[in-house]
Design a protein around this ligand. Structure first.
Ligand SMILES: O=P(O)(O)OC[C@H]1O[C@H](O)[C@H](O)[C@@H](O)[C@@H]1O
Length: 392
């Protein structure tokens, strides 16, 4: 059984495709008692409304349509029409009871967000290439979040405090936010707003009432995350925060991070001691686990082998964490494949060194934009001007 959120604007187009029938798991038309037109005009189709959708319906938004009882690649004329309308947000309830939201946009890129932990577990470009790493040994069952994607560290980053590693927000069930940010999402952007409110159980370990919101927006070649924390308590509280981004890279030995040179960092491998980065750019030949402090708003992760550069822009999160476990640590981590360290790099947006302090009713807001560009070479060297300044 699937939940499916359909945009009202799509209904006319889908009506043209449809009949008063639905699809079964094999993509074959089956009779339904109600009319297809009718449920297309609803925003949210819930099981209790009597309509049983299968995940195949989602395929409409993945450039497939059904004709004569089977799925076909979508016709260009229809695709053009769908391009002009706001893109849909689809929520799927999987067999194991977990819920995932699929974001799509006209150029063809997609993202997947779990309600569990508000974790982004997939971001694919228009060529269907996965841009986020996911462990081969990821434990995908709650209460442990999946190792990979983008996870929320709140109210504590890592072990910088007495709570569980990275805080509890990534191990809680979130909901879709029905009072989201007032600014409407812009055109050709697919957005979902999620919320986590303090629960009685968590007040025992972290005695502060809060609302944590996350907006995830997908547009062509760009994934934007906007976290917000509101103090709904009667006393002030403080927290650390991070968006833990597992980037997929072709070979960690060929990766270089620019934008962190000359900065001070706390080295988690050396009792959080403070050091100054001496290298021109960060390259990798062993375990690294550092919190770079007061970083610029733009950081580039250059994957030489793939000729792809991730550009990260961030606001409200002055620090940046760089983590790769390398071979020994990878082997010791139960939910990471032994060789996985070669194809991943964590570069996190974070607020760690200076805790965020919120008085009652105050709100903190961060923003992170991830995009990719093709890396260019000039006599075998990367042109840093292009990477850091030329692709806005
Ligand atoms: O394995 P996780 O709990 O998801 O954490 C993954 C990593 O996140 C951050 O980058 C920390 O600096 C690391 O110390 C930690 O191991």
């Amino acid at each position: 059984m699937a939940y499916c959120v359909l945009p009202r604007e799509c209904s006319r187009e889908i009506r043209k495709l449809g009949s008063s029938r639905s699809l079964n798991q094999d993509g074959k038309m089956v009779d339904t008692r109600a009319s297809f037109n009718c449920f297309c005009s609803l925003w949210i189709v819930r099981p209790r409304s009597g309509f049983h959708l299968t995940n195949k319906l989602i395929s409409v938004h993945e450039n497939l349509e059904w004709r004569k009882g089977i799925l076909h690649p979508i016709r260009r004329s229809l695709r053009e029409k769908l391009r002009k309308i706001t893109m849909p947000v689809n929520m799927i309830q999987d067999g194991d009871g977990s819920s995932r939201i699929i974001l799509t946009e006209p150029a063809g890129s997609t993202a997947e967000v779990l309600l569990y932990g508000a974790q982004v577990v997939s971001w694919k470009n228009e060529r269907r290439e996965e841009l986020l790493f996911r462990s081969h040994k990821a434990l995908s069952k709650p209460p442990k979040s999946i190792k990979g994607g983008i996870s929320i560290c709140f109210p504590q980053f890592s072990n910088f405090g007495s709570l569980e590693q990275h805080g509890f927000a990534r191990n809680r069930q979130w909901s879709v936010d029905d009072s989201p940010l007032p600014t409407p999402p812009s055109n050709n952007q697919s957005t979902v707003d999620l919320i986590l409110k303090s629960a009685e159980g968590d007040l025992k370990t972290w005695p502060h009432r809060f609302e944590l919101r996350l907006r995830v927006s997908l547009s062509a070649n760009k994934l934007t995350l906007i976290p917000r924390v509101r103090n709904t308590d009667s006393k002030a509280f403080s927290f650390t925060f991070a968006l833990c981004n597992y980037l997929s890279v072709s070979d960690i030995s060929e990766v270089r991070v620019e934008g962190l040179e000359t900065l001070d960092y706390l080295d988690n491998l050396l009792q959080k001691g403070r050091y100054t980065e001496q290298a021109d750019a960060i390259t990798f030949d062993g375990e690294i686990n550092r919190v770079y402090l007061s970083t610029p708003t733009k950081i580039a992760v250059i994957d030489h082998e793939k000729k792809r550069t991730y550009v990260m822009r961030k606001e409200g999160m002055p620090d940046a964490v760089v983590w790769n476990p390398w071979d020994k640590k990878a082997k010791a981590l139960p939910d990471l494949g032994d060789e996985d360290y070669k194809t991943m790099l964590c570069v996190d947006s974070a607020a760690i060194e200076t805790q965020v302090i919120l008085k009652p009713s105050q709100e903190w807001k961060g923003r992170q934009e991830l995009s990719t560009v093709s890396s260019s070479y000039c006599s075998g060297q990367l042109d840093p001007r292009k990477v850091l300044h030329g692709f806005s």
